[in-house]
Design a protein around this ligand. Structure first.
Ligand code: VGL
Ligand code: ZN
Length: 216
């Protein structure tokens, strides 16, 4: 049984597909893998959680909101006395816009809970658990703890940003954390392998979707 398990679908949204404003190469290839995992986890009484990157139009991460800002460059930001480097991005996942919708082809019928993140104008949120400054913690940890979840299985977009930070935070919160390698893709594919190594060093288990764990 996977009853104390939650499957976390990270940011599987239109703007991160190949045709979106912040395209992740080969993103749509994860969909059959993700849908199969949803079915397996659901069948075995697990919880299905989906996150949405959910930015206001004036978000700090949008290059369009910084004078001379260019996508994929970094700037130094300051918020509530904390300083942090912020990568600038094309406008993406604007609240209530088509780009923020779940990808067509994702089986949304089995999603139990949706957690939105990145809604604070002044600080970005790659992790689904907290913003990048740990200024605010989202409701995700609380809902996992109150449902007595012990293991999280993570898939989604993108491997080198939101998936990675969500997995690292899941470990910090004490969950057994499994990342399904073929259920994620990176914005910068060349960084995929080093990203997996960083995660393994923090005791995130990296498995493939045909792993024993997911067999009946
Ligand atoms: C993401 C960059 C900016 C992600 C979100 O979902 O990985 N990456 N916002
Ligand atoms: Zn974002």
């Amino acid at each position: 049984m996977l009853e104390k398990t939650a499957l976390i679908l990270v940011d599987i949204q239109n703007d991160f597909l190949e045709t979106g404003s912040l395209p992740v190469p080969s993103a749509t290839e994860i969909l059959p893998v993700v849908n199969q995992l949803i079915a397996t986890v659901k069948e075995r009484k697990g919880l299905i959680v989906a996150t949405k990157d959910w930015h206001p139009q004036n978000h700090v991460s949008f290059a369009s909101n910084t004078a001379n800002g260019e996508p994929f460059k970094s700037i130094e930001i300051e918020y509530e006395g904390q300083k942090l480097s912020q990568t600038l991005w094309p406008d993406h996942c604007v609240q209530n816009s088509p780009g923020a919708e779940f990808a067509p082809g994702l089986d949304t019928s089995q999603i139990d809970i949706v957690v939105c993140k990145g809604s604070n104008t002044h600080v970005d949120s790659y992790s689904a658990f907290a913003d990048n400054m740990y200024f605010e913690i989202t409701e995700l940890a609380k809902l996992l703890f109150t449902r007595h979840i012990e293991t999280v299985i993570i898939v989604g977009l993108a491997a080198d940003y939101c998936v990675k930070e969500t997995a690292l935070d899941a470990r910090k919160f004490g969950f057994r954390t499994i990342l399904v390698k073929d259920g994620t893709r990176a914005v910068v594919p060349d960084n995929f392998d080093s990203c997996m190594e960083t995660l393994m060093a923090k005791k995130v288990e990296i498995v493939k979707s045909n792993d024993e764990t997911f067999k009946a």
